[in-house]
Design a protein around this ligand. Sequence first.
Ligand SMILES: NC(=O)c1ccc[n+]([C@@H]2O[C@H](COP(=O)([O-])OP(=O)(O)OC[C@H]3O[C@@H](n4cnc5c(N)ncnc54)[C@H](OP(=O)(O)O)[C@@H]3O)[C@@H](O)[C@H]2O)c1
Length: 317
Amino acid sequence: MTTAERRRVLITGASSGIGLEAAKILLARGDDLTVICRNAERADLTRSALLGSVETCVADLADLDSVAKAIEGLRRNQMPFDALVLNAGLQYAGHGSPRWSAQGIELTFAVNHLAHQFLAEGLKAQTRAIVITASEVHNPSTGGGRVGQSAGLGMLEGLRQGPGAPMVDGESRFNADKAYKDSKLCNLLMAQQIHRQRPDVPVVAWSPGLVIPRTSEGFFRNSRQANPFGQVLFGLIARDLLRVTESVERAGELLVQLINEQLHQPGFSYWSNGLLGPGRHQFNSTEPSEEANDSDKATMLWMLSNDLINSLLAQSI
Ligand SMILES: NC(=O)c1ccc[n+]([C@@H]2O[C@H](COP(=O)([O-])OP(=O)(O)OC[C@H]3O[C@@H](n4cnc5c(N)ncnc54)[C@H](OP(=O)(O)O)[C@@H]3O)[C@@H](O)[C@H]2O)c1
C-alpha cells in the first residue's frame, strides 16, 4: 500500500463488537488507528486485541470533562484524521429507571449523542470525513423501529431542561428502549446537520442490522442484566431460529466498506443493512425517517446540545 492509500482513522467503540471487528480489518489493511476507550484498562485490552499501528486515547463518553481532555490532547498533536468514526453506543432496554452521566444527563443520550457531537465539533479542523453508527430503530416505519415505543424527540423539551431530564422529549416517562431509539434518531439528525454546516465533508450514517453475539459481552450485555432468561431466549430465537441477525464480523466489514467507498464522496448518505429474509441482508443507501430529515429539528438539536455541553463544562471548571 502506498502512503497515500494509508489512512488514519479515529474511532470510538472499538474495544468491543462491531468497532473491534472493523478495527482488525483496517489494521490488516495497513491503516493507522486511534481508538478512544473509556479508561486505561479498556485501552490496554484493546491494544492487546489488535495487531498493527494502533494508538489509544482515553475518554469516558459518559463524562464530558473526560471527553474535553481527550479533545485537547488530540488537538494538541494536530494529527489529521481521514475518517472520524463515531461508533460507540449503549442501551439499557429492559431497565426501569434511568442512569446518569457524570454531569447528570440521561446516559443513553449522553454517550450515544452528546459526547459524539462534542467530538465531531471539537475535532472538526482535523477531520476529513465522518461515519456515524446509527440504527434503523430510529425509524418508526422499519421492523425494529415498530417494536415497542417509537423514536420521537417532540420539541426537545428534555434537552432544554438539561440535567435530570429522563427523556429528550421532556414528556414521556422513562423508557430505556425509547431512549435508545431517540439517541439513534439524534445520530441521524446530527449527521445531516454536520453535512449542512460543512457540505464538502463526506458524512455517512449507517445501520448494521441486529447484531447479537454469542458471548456474554456485546451490545445486549446491559439488557441481559435486567432480564437474563428473556435476553438469552431472544438471542436464540432471533439469531438461530429466525436468522434475522447479522454477524458481528460482517457488520465490521460493512463499516470498513463505507470508509473505503464513501470517504471521497462529499455529501450525506445513510446506509442500512436491511433484512431480506432468514439469513439474507442487503446493504443499501436508503432514506432516514421523516423526523430524521427535519432540518429545523436538526439545527435545534445541534444548538441545544452545544449549549448544554458548554454550560455543563463551565460548571465543572
Ligand atoms: N448490536 C446491534 O444489534 C446494533 C444494532 C444497531 C446499531 N448498533 C450500534 O452499533 C454500535 C456498536 O455497537 P456494538 O453492537 O458493537 O456494541 P458493543 O459490543 O457493546 O460495543 C459498544 C462500544 O461502545 C463503547 N462504549 C460504551 N460506553 C462507553 C463510554 N462511556 N465511553 C467509551 N466507550 C464506550 C464500548 O466500550 P466498552 O467495551 O468499554 O464497554 C464498546 O467499545 C453502537 O452505536 C450501537 O448503537 C448496534
